[in-house]
Ligand binder design. Structure first.
Ligand SMILES: [Zn+2]
Length: 235
């Protein structure tokens, strides 16, 4: 059935964009077909497509195809955030490391002795990440250790340790996430937004945490084990 539907379409990227457009843009907007066609075939001009992607027939076929695919295959209706939630939940259910993020420093040499760093995959640990869009999920943190056996240097994502002392990298703010503890990380975008909301909106951190939990559906799930953004635990 799918093969039959896709007949005449040589680029799945175009079809994927058409599905996205169909799912996202209300059908009542003026020139829906033209806008769908233009958006779906963006970038195609450089590739010299064998089909005339600007013809009304092509646009009509694309609109029908994406609409049919959405009706016949409900999974194609799901947005990225929904699929992400399912991916995260299935990886947690399977008790495996989360498939989403790997927090690994991009530094390659020891800052103390300049010897190369080695990825220590036997010391992978789980980190709870708080993200504005994705919600709360698990990631894997992998340290890099100095290859010089006499050197007690470990490079983590955004910080390093020497013996038992911890120091932040001077360029930690360039990372996508901030590891505030060895088990907790915040996305930098989330922190920037949080700072503005707390300063301008005069919200307390507790109020912001409640908003975060409400948005991501954690506020009323006190019986579940899902982590929340509040240090005070579930309500
Ligand atoms: Zn070293």
């Amino acid at each position: 059935m799918l093969g039959e539907l896709l007949k005449g379409f040589s680029d799945f990227g175009v079809v994927r964009r058409a599905i996205y457009f169909n799912n996202t843009v209300p059908k009542v907007i003026p020139d829906f077909d033209k806008k769908l066609g233009d958006f779906s075939t963006r970038g195609q001009k450089r590739k010299q497509p064998c089909q005339d992607t600007t013809s009304p027939q092509f646009r009509d076929a694309l609109k029908c195809l994406s609409s049919n695919l959405i009706t016949l295959f409900p999974d194609s209706k799901k947005r990225e955030t929904e699929l992400w939630k399912e991916l995260h939940e299935s990886s947690v259910e399977g008790n495996v490391h989360a498939l989403g993020e790997v927090l690994l420093s991009d530094k390659t040499v020891c800052r103390l002795c300049a010897k190369p760093l080695h990825v220590n995959s036997s010391r992978i640990s789980e980190v709870v990440v708080y993200d504005e869009t994705k919600g709360t999920f698990l990631a894997s943190k992998i340290p890099k250790v100095c290859t010089n056996k006499k050197c007690h240097f470990t490079q983590h994502y955004g910080y390093y340790t020497v013996a038992n002392s911890k120091f932040f990298d001077e360029d930690w703010a360039r990372n996508e996430f901030l590891l505030s503890t060895s088990k907790t990380a915040f996305s930098m975008d989330f922190l920037r937004k949080l700072e503005i909301e707390i300063l301008l909106g005069k919200l307390s951190f507790k109020e912001k945490a409640d908003i975060y939990n409400e948005i991501h559906g954690y506020a009323h799930n006190s019986s579940e084990t899902k982590p929340t953004a509040s240090n005070e635990g579930s309500r």
